[in-house]
Write a protein that binds this ligand. Structure first.
Ligand SMILES: NC(=O)c1ccc[n+]([C@@H]2O[C@H](COP(=O)([O-])OP(=O)(O)OC[C@H]3O[C@@H](n4cnc5c(N)ncnc54)[C@H](OP(=O)(O)O)[C@@H]3O)[C@@H](O)[C@H]2O)c1
Length: 310
């Protein structure tokens, strides 16, 4: 399994923080406060992307990271818009490095699959960035397992490899359990999972009539607009109260507990919001509670559809 280290060789703890809100729903002061809270809590791995908040996410992260750069592991992404051509990767990654103020970025992801560009072109470009020491690791996000394996074959042919993948994974979005996470375990690829709280659903706040991303952002409203998901969030909240913790703590700890060893990417818009997610770093989720949490939402059927053999 890929082990992440900082450039100075220190092991990177298995929880990350996502800066998708930096310079957007979190202003510069809140973003800095979250960054500092995370570092104080032991987070070293920070995730951003070329497309987040029109570049403000990368710019702010770069500014906060500068004094402690060598103690951190920083990931960004290319190709969400404009695709995975050589020209687009080189152009957007150059901008990302400039915004971050970093010569080397620890991990560069392809933000999503692009079936229109030959994989050789994309991976030769990434391998070149690696040879030039502009990136340390290659990752892919929002890929199906067959796409990862196809891309990995190309990468290995040119003496590099996909070390990390970034799928969506949480208690009510469990598709990754079918192929992505078993593939990670089999191939030694580290899964770094986004949206551990289902975009905020699993904090239980929508059951109390509170507002947030799911009432403000149509994409997330549609992604998590299923009634059974809201029922699962209500049951998670009741269970958290029963065991004396916060639903967000249980939701994040549940992601980290999968046998393939996922790294959850925590996030929020204020330091107060992220406290229960950070508490998951120390929460010990025993087998019995893990099983009760797993039962809150259906286990996805196996890839072969032979349910009786699962
Ligand atoms: N690769 C990709 O395609 C992709 C996609 C999405 C995210 N990501 C990465 O993964 C990171 C995390 O994803 P995510 O933001 O979707 O994670 P998430 O943990 O599922 O959702 C975080 C959101 O939940 C709400 N929240 C968190 N704690 C709360 C609390 N205690 N009380 C009330 N609301 C709370 C906040 O949103 P509101 O206050 O707005 O409700 C917060 O921004 C991102 O920052 C980004 O780095 C990657």
């Amino acid at each position: 399994m890929t082990q992440l280290t900082t450039v100075s060789g220190a092991a990177v703890p298995p929880f990350a923080f996502g800066t998708m809100q930096f310079g957007g729903r979190a202003d510069a002061a809140q973003s800095r406060a979250m960054f500092e809270t995370c570092v104080a809590a032991g987070i070293r791995h920070f995730d951003t992307a070329h497309v987040y908040t029109d570049g403000a996410s990368e710019t702010l992260l770069g500014e906060f990271a500068r004094p402690v750069r060598d103690t951190l592991f920083v990931a960004t992404k290319a190709g969400y818009s404009g695709g995975s051509s050589r020209a687009n990767i080189l152009d957007t990654f150059d901008t990302s490095r400039r915004r971050l103020g970093m010569d080397t970025v620890d991990l560069l992801y392809l933000h999503r699959w692009d079936g229109t560009v030959p994989l050789d072109e994309t991976f030769e470009t990434l391998a070149e960035l690696q040879r030039q020491q502009k990136i340390r690791h290659i990752g892919v996000s929002n890929f199906a397992a067959w796409q990862v394996m196809k891309a990995q074959a190309v990468a290995q042919r040119i003496d590099t490899r996909i070390d990390v993948i970034q799928p969506m994974y949480n208690l009510v979005k469990r598709q990754a359990e079918v192929e992505i996470l078993p593939m990670c375990a089999s191939e030694g690829i580290l899964p770094v999972c986004y949206s551990p709280l289902g975009g905020g659903l699993l904090t239980g706040k929508y059951g109390d009539g509170r507002t947030g991303r799911l009432t403000e952002d149509d994409r997330y409203a549609r992604r998590y607009g299923v009634e059974s998901m809201h029922r699962a969030a209500a049951e998670l909240t009741a269970l958290a109260h029963e065991v004396g913790t916060d639903p967000a703590t249980l939701a994040v700890a549940w992601v980290a507990r999968h046998v393939s060893g996922p790294v959850p990417i925590l996030s929020g818009r204020t330091p107060e919001q992220i406290a229960p997610s950070l508490a998951a770093m120390r929460y010990v989720l025993d087998d019995a509670l893990y099983a009760r949490l797993c039962a809150l939402a259906p286990t996805p059927p196996p890839a072969t559809d032979r349910l009786e053999e699962a």
